[in-house]
Ligand binder design. Structure first.
Ligand code: ATP
Ligand code: MG
Length: 265
């Protein structure tokens, strides 16, 4: 669905140049729940922004359904952001003066649909995230987990094939976080793809695949396997499967074995 080839992104601040992304190649398939993990500053948010066309790469190719995103004009790019991508942020980004259902309906409003017309679907989605009873509440009248569920419902209202989430559980207690993760996992069961940046290795159990970033490069890619007894383990992915142009030497150097230990417990 989404394919990145040799993507780079640098930031220049004064005299200094930061290589935020340094040759990223990967594929995001339909119906896949992908986690992006890695140390602070390794390029996770930068990668997510490029996936959602919130920013553009300095070099390399990002293709969505076989179209180069960078070749689209501004109107087509914002259409891509509105229709193909739903964003969920760490700090929810809800509008404080609007009710829960109005917040969910906002993307439809920007698309020229009246709020009233969007209401039935907004209410349906609030029901889906377990907030049917809170539709008329404003953000200040909701808990953190409830606000994040409103944000997930908002990300779904345009029915986008791709959901991008940057630390969606970063500000939630572990139980509330787990319910958000389950919700995102359920979404992928419907065929949508979710790409989630997370610091929480416990979140990995909900995912199909884990991409480890190190200094703007892919350190390793692991598949998450679930045993019948509910235990999970991570297995290094066939690099050829997900990273078209990485050579086998890189595969041998990957540190995926260590990472596997961290989540196997
Ligand atoms: N707008 C910017 N201007 C300059 N440098 C930036 C900008 N955004 C990010 N960077 C730099 O690019 C690198 C990658 O940043 P990024 O935000 O992608 O990291 P991250 O993996 O999301 O980190 P964290 O886990 O702390 O959120 C960092 O070294 C950061 O300092
Ligand atoms: Mg970040």
């Amino acid at each position: 669905m989404l394919e990145l080839t040799d993507v780079t992104k640098q930031y220049r601040v004064g005299e200094q140049t930061v290589r935020a992304l340094d040759g990223i190649s990967l594929r995001i398939e339909a119906g896949e729940f992908t986690a992006i993990v890695g140390p602070s500053g390794s390029g996770k948010s930068t990668l997510l922004h490029l996936l959602g066309a919130l920013d553009s790469p300095d070099s390399g190719s990002i293709r969505f359904q076989d179209k180069e995103i960078g070749d689209l004009d501004d109107d087509r790019q914002s259409e891509f952001r509105r229709h193909q991508v739903g964003f969920v942020f760490q700090f929810f980004n809800l509008l404080p003066t609007l009710t829960a259902w109005e917040n969910v309906a906002i993307p439809r409003l920007l698309d020229g649909t009246g709020l009233k017309k969007a209401k039935p679907r907004a209410l349906e989605l609030l029901e889906l995230v377990g907030l049917g009873q809170r539709a008329e509440h404003r953000p200040a009248e909701l808990s953190g987990g409830q606000m994040q569920r409103v944000a997930v419902a908002r990300a779904l209202i345009m029915d986008p094939p791709l959901i991008l989430a940057d630390e969606p559980t970063g500000n939630l207690d572990s139980k509330t976080g787990a319910s958000i993760l389950q919700l995102l996992a359920d979404i992928t069961e419907q065929g949508n793809s979710v790409v989630m940046v997370t610091h929480d290795m416990g979140a990995v159990r909900y995912c199909d695949r884990v991409i480890n970033l190190r200094d703007g490069q892919i350190g390793s890619i692991d598949r998450v396997e679930r045993a019948d007894d509910g235990r999970i383990r991570t297995v290094p992915a066939e690099l050829s499967e997900s990273v078209p142009e990485q050579d086998s030497e890189d595969a041998a150097n990957s540190e995926s074995a260590d990472d596997a230990g961290a989540v196997r417990a």
